[in-house]
Write a protein that binds this ligand. Structure first.
Ligand code: GTQ
Length: 348
């Protein structure tokens, strides 16, 4: 009976801070995920001049971190890039220090341009060069210093949308602007670099990778060693996961990081996953299809791939590889029993 719609008991219920589940049910229990995030591309060539502009006009005394947030048009408040992940472009100039702090959010950096900066993570200076992947696990003190001679720009990835949604975010300033160096520079990267030969005197500690830097040199060496001898994944090409040497699993408890080499004319098979992904183009030209949209990409662009959207990678070049860095929230979903992946259009 439509009379039920005007039943005054509904107002009485609202007045008691209660509501009828039957009027919400379909929105609360979706047949399948519907991401708030939209598929999106951020063009590096357009953002870079603005990063340089703010480097000129805003000092690091005025900004805790000089970061251009990559805000998904569907996720403005609170801001996120996709679901539980945030990405931003951070710029630091020669001679600048980004002051020491720590937070519960896990972070990584993928270095885009510049050289001779380092971040000090719990007393270890970790140097950065283009293509390097650096870790700053939750509650590790970190400050950045640039001793080079041109601007340094990197992609930050953090899980603060997750820590904030769990209302588990803490933040502290160290006190001094920078930490003192407490151990030899780049020690964690050097002692774990081989991956298959771990330092046996160090007990596994914490849920995150102990490696400060996964240098580009090692990534390039891995691709060169595999060469064209492996088939790779039909969706992601020659795709390598950066691993926590203590577990063989993802580098951070809530974020995994991978790098894919797409050979010339690679046309990936579409897949979908409940994990949400952020892709950064290291080099090469091509496009991503996400849902029914196509995003052409150029080097250094960033692309948001919302969860459960079918997506595919295409390298349009006939002669050059495309190399893509990607992070996702897969470990968080996996830990909670929420990970589903498939290849749409197949029975698999
Ligand atoms: O470099 O420590 O993009 O604390 C956001 C928060 C970077 C950082 C971000 C941060 C940092």
């Amino acid at each position: 009976m439509s009379a039920a719609k005007t039943d005054p008991a509904y107002d009485a219920l609202a007045g008691l801070d209660s509501a009828p589940l039957w009027r919400y049910f379909g929105d609360l229990f979706l047949r399948e995920p519907r991401s708030a995030a939209r598929p999106h591309r951020w063009e590096y060539a357009a953002l870079r001049p603005l990063a340089l502009h703010f480097a000129d006009t805003l000092s690091l005394e005025e900004a805790e971190r000089r970061v251009l947030m990559l805000i998904n048009p569907g996720m403005q408040d609170p801001p996120a890039t996709v679901n539980s992940l945030f990405a931003g472009l951070q710029i630091i100039l020669p001679g600048e220090t980004a002051q020491a702090h720590r937070h519960t959010a896990n972070a990584f950096r993928f270095i885009i341009e510049g050289e001779s900066a380092y971040t000090t993570v719990n007393g270890e200076r970790v140097h950065m060069n283009p293509g390097d992947l650096l870790m700053t696990p939750g509650m590790h003190w970190h400050d950045h210093y640039h001793e080079g001679d041109r601007p340094m720009i990197w992609l930050d990835g953090l899980d603060f949308p997750l820590t904030n949604s769990f209302e588990a975010g803490f933040f502290e300033l160290f006190g001094d602007r920078s930490q003192k160096s407490l151990v030899p520079d780049d020690l964690s990267s050097r002692q774990f670099i081989h991956g298959r030969l771990n330092p046996a005197w160090l007990p596994a500690a914490g849920p995150a990778s102990p490696v400060g830097n996964y240098p580009w040199q090692e990534t390039a060496r891995a691709f060169a060693a595999i060469a064209d001898d492996a088939e790779g994944s039909e969706s992601e090409g020659i795709v390598l996961e950066y691993t926590n040497p203590w577990t063989g699993g993802p580098v951070l408890p809530t974020i995994d990081c991978k790098i894919s080499r797409l050979r010339p004319r690679f046309h990936g098979r579409a897949r979908r996953t409940t994990a949400s992904t952020i892709v950064h183009v290291v080099h090469g030209e091509g496009y991503m299809e996400i849902g029914d949209e196509r995003f052409d990409f150029a080097p250094k662009d960033v692309i948001a791939v919302p969860g459960w959207q079918p997506h595919r990678f295409v390298n349009t070049s006939a002669g050059e590889d495309a190399v893509l860095f990607a992070c996702s929230n897969r470990p968080a979903l996996q830990a909670l029993g929420l990970l589903r992946e498939d290849l749409p259009g197949s029975d698999a």
